[in-house]
Design a binder for this molecule. Sequence first.
Ligand code: ADP
Ligand code: ADP
Length: 234
Amino acid sequence: PALIEMRNVHKQYELGENRIDALKAINVSIVPGEFVAVWGPSGSGKSTFCNLCGLLDTPSSGSVLFQGEDAAALSDDHRSALRNRAIGFVFQSFNLIPVLSALENVMLPLQVGQATAREARNTALKRLTDMGLEHHLAHRPAKLSGGQQQRVAIARALVGAPMLVVADEPTANLDSENALKVIALMRSISHTEGTAFVFSTHDQRLLERVDRQIVLHDGMVQDDRRNHIASFAN
Ligand code: ADP
Ligand code: ADP
């Protein structure tokens, strides 16, 4: 069964007098644990695709199903509860809270929920250690490199044990070495824990590092293929 299924999805934006078809006739299913890149030039619809996968937005027509349930049929409150429970987000510009340490940034989503401070701390500590950041727990974001900040953001996206992580251009502000490192870490989590990842990129070099690539052009799926790859040296 699919985690996310898009059925004949269209997304249109209105811009003054103009209508922009950001996505057209999208039919895509993403299953649990898939590691998927959405690639295409600027304006091809990648952000819109990510926003729909993350239940941040709804289609103009067609439907987006999350575990078989039509997201548009949920109330806004139910949709945001589902999003908080099941989906983690990573952003191009990291979006960490500047006055909090790395550890506090990662603990925050758990503290908003039901976890005790001790549970939140232990979970955040484990995630940051997985990301190779055990020596940077007390550092504020400004003291960290871009690659380190993005790894904190990935740790934060993972603390709630989501089924899906959606990342819109997570490597856009990273140099190529850090971009490859971040992708390798996400892929390793995906394979060991069965978390699905959907990330957008305009960087073609990252495509050989994913299990599946969805190529968007002008709001349509131009190519959708699974790579057959054994393993990579990280
Ligand atoms: P990408 O992420 O590949 O750059 P986007 O999904 O951001 O593509 O945009 C697809 C198209 O939709 C572009 O033409 C963009 O200008 C337009 N678009 C995106 N968001 C909006 C919006 N909120 N209002 C109007 N047009 C938008
Ligand atoms: P990206 O290429 O990563 O989507 P953009 O700078 O194109 O980044 O878009 C940043 C934000 O602005 C997105 O949330 C997108 O939906 C919105 N956006 C993009 N194009 C337009 C547009 N023409 N009008 C209004 N909002 C837009």
